[in-house]
Design a protein around this ligand. Structure first.
Ligand SMILES: [Zn+2]
Length: 129
């Protein structure tokens, strides 16, 4: 880590010196200007790079979340072939898929049922008796 910092500073000083030597009459002004400009340039470059990495990570996270929320159900095609295939079920838009066998567009309608939930009269521990 420290080696990298020392190396980076040495390169910065070297480039600043070369710039200063190009305009020898105003060496120290050009040297200082070159030194500061290099810091600014790499600060901006690193900020842009960091922001791109953050954006990429957030897109990956969003993609992962999207994949996790997908639900697939095994559906039988209403055609005579009676072929079953996995279809992604979504409630926010119509489910239309193409049958692998008959190659027709099939529309699936999810059906939600309600059941009265009851509490069991025994507990799991009582089963062993
Ligand atoms: Zn079919």
């Amino acid at each position: 880590m420290i080696n990298k910092i020392v190396f980076s500073l040495a390169v910065t000083v070297l480039i600043s010196t070369l710039l200063g030597l190009l305009f020898y009459s105003k060496f120290w002004i050009i040297f200082a200007l070159g030194f500061i400009l290099q810091f600014l340039f790499f600060y901006i470059l690193n900020t842009v790079y960091e922001n791109r990495l953050i954006e990429k990570a957030q897109k990956l996270k969003l993609e992962e979340f999207r994949e996790q929320t997908k639900h697939f159900v095994l559906i039988e095609c209403p055609c005579t072939e009676k072929v079953k295939q996995d279809v992604e079920v979504r409630f926010d838009k119509d489910i239309v898929y193409k049958c692998n066998k008959c190659e027709k567009n099939i529309r699936a309608i999810p059906d939600v049922k309600t059941l009265l939930q009851t509490d069991p009269i025994y507990f799991n521990n009582d089963r062993t008796r």
